[in-house]
Write a protein that binds this ligand. Structure first.
Ligand code: GRF
Length: 223
């Protein structure tokens, strides 16, 4: 397969993985997915990877003494596949600084909130509890600050009066599946980079710094 060599990390059901696989198969997203790795043996996404004929691996974090040992092993497994990009697609582990700096500029994550709002877990429940009118998803470069790396793209959804965490999550997820393949395409085409400008990390697309305040509205895709 042609395309940018990459490795995808998952922990669960793998719907973002599925969206990426679909974009590769049907929309010519230029990625050469060399491996899918899960830290949970029961992750449903592993089955999708196998069905797509991709090498899949389980590295069960519960079998490791500490985060550093797990991350070291994970790094070794990833690097065997020589990726130019490591994609976190619902990977639910905090990664150590050493790991993150090893992949600086080639590690991308999707988070189910409009960062910097609601980093961490249970974002939909917390968004409802906070009474926000807008919620969404963020694709960002991963840096040492957890959920704090430079934003690449955000997609907003309006919060409805009748929303539960599940209905809100479903609308956000649909946006995730739309924006993640788009961002990965930019990266694979060499248009997107992590750069330092005036002492801060910035996501740069086609030579222009993407500001965190540039939200994408539903249905809009910035080219
Ligand atoms: C997504 O909401 C993603 O943003 C978050 O975890 C969830 C994973 O879902 N990090 P899936 O495994 O891709 O279906």
């Amino acid at each position: 397969m042609s395309g940018m060599p990459c490795v995808i990390l998952i922990s669960g059901r793998g719907t973002n993985l599925q969206a990426i696989l679909r974009a590769v198969a049907e929309e010519g997203l230029p990625l050469d997915i060399r491996a899918v790795i899960s830290n949970r043996p029961e992750a449903a996404g592993l089955e999708q990877a196998r069905r797509a004929g991709l090498p899949s691996y389980v590295l069960d974090h519960t079998l490791f003494a500490d985060r550093e040992t797990f991350d070291r092993e994970l790094q070794e497994l990833i690097d065997r596949h020589v990726p130019q990009l490591v994609i976190l697609a619902g990977f639910m582990r905090i990664l150590s600084e050493k790991f993150v700096s090893h992949y600086r500029g080639r590690l991308i994550n999707i988070h189910p909130s409009l960062l910097p709002a609601f980093p961490g877990l249970n974002t939909h429940r917390r968004a409802l509890a906070a009474g926000v009118g807008e919620h969404g998803a963020t694709v960002h470069f991963v840096t040492e600050a957890v959920d704090g790396g430079p934003v690449i793209v955000q997609a907003c959804v309006s919060v409805l009066a009748e929303d539960t965490a599940d209905t809100l999550a479903a609308r956000v997820l649909a946006e995730e599946h739309r924006i993640y393949p788009q961002v990965l395409r930019w990266f694979a085409e060499g248009r997107l980079r992590l750069e330092r400008h005036s002492g801060r990390d910035c996501a740069v697309l086609d030579g222009e710094i993407l500001e965190a305040s540039e939200h994408l509205l539903p249905g809009e895709v910035k080219q």
